[in-house]
Design a protein around this ligand. Structure first.
Ligand code: ZN
Length: 197
């Protein structure tokens, strides 16, 4: 059975999630802040197979190069916009923080609405495009969990003031997420995981 562990990062207390299954050796990350915190939280003996990015704002990606250096086989999944932003420290906002980030990893896969990413065994995670907070926001969901990044944080208004933000799109994305989230545990980009039954 798929399990999820939450790691809270230093910068803006963003969340990294570790997705794993006791029966398999691979595990997956959703977003990456403090690399060391994430690494420490990985269940013993499991190998990080991939990183799913909900979006490419600094606080959700800042450990990416350290992660890819230590796990050269790790595959990063992001949107078309996310791919551009990972290569541009202005678009990923890291230029305005103490260390600008340009992606140095080797494996990057662009995904979008309707795609399915095989996790382990028969298990897959599905992709929904949820733009608004920024143009490339993605939401990932399994049968039991939904990773919404900053496209939906329960009880918090979606931030659309940053470059590329769009309030109307964000509202549509929230509606879409709420439909998809039925019966799942919501794992947002900041704050607590919430089971909405
Ligand atoms: Zn953000």
């Amino acid at each position: 059975m798929l399990q999820v562990k939450q790691v809270v990062n230093r910068v803006f207390t963003s969340n990294t999630y570790i997705v794993f299954d006791e029966d398999f050796d691979d595990c997956w990350l959703v977003d990456i802040g403090d690399y060391e915190r994430a690494e420490k939280a990985v269940p013993q003996g499991k190998k990080i197979k991939g990183l799913l990015l909900t979006h490419t704002h600094f606080d959700h990606i800042y450990g990416i190069n350290e992660l890819c250096k230590n796990h050269p086989e790790c595959v990063v999944y992001t949107s078309e916009f996310g791919k551009e932003a990972l290569m541009d420290d202005r678009k990923n906002l890291s230029r305005y923080h103490e260390h600008p980030i340009v992606f140095e990893g080797k494996h990057l896969v662009v995904v979008g609405e309707g795609d399915e990413i095989p996790l382990m065994g028969e298990q897959k995670i599905k992709v929904a495009a949820t733009p608004g907070h920024e143009p490339g926001c993605l939401t990932f969901f399994t049968e039991d969990y939904i990773f919404t990044g900053d496209s939906y944080i329960p009880g918090v208004k979606v931030v659309t003031k940053l470059p590329g933000g769009d309030r109307a799109l964000a509202a549509k994305s929230v509606e879409k997420i709420l439909r998809l989230a039925e019966g799942k545990t919501i794992c947002p980009g900041h704050g607590e995981m919430i089971n909405i039954g």
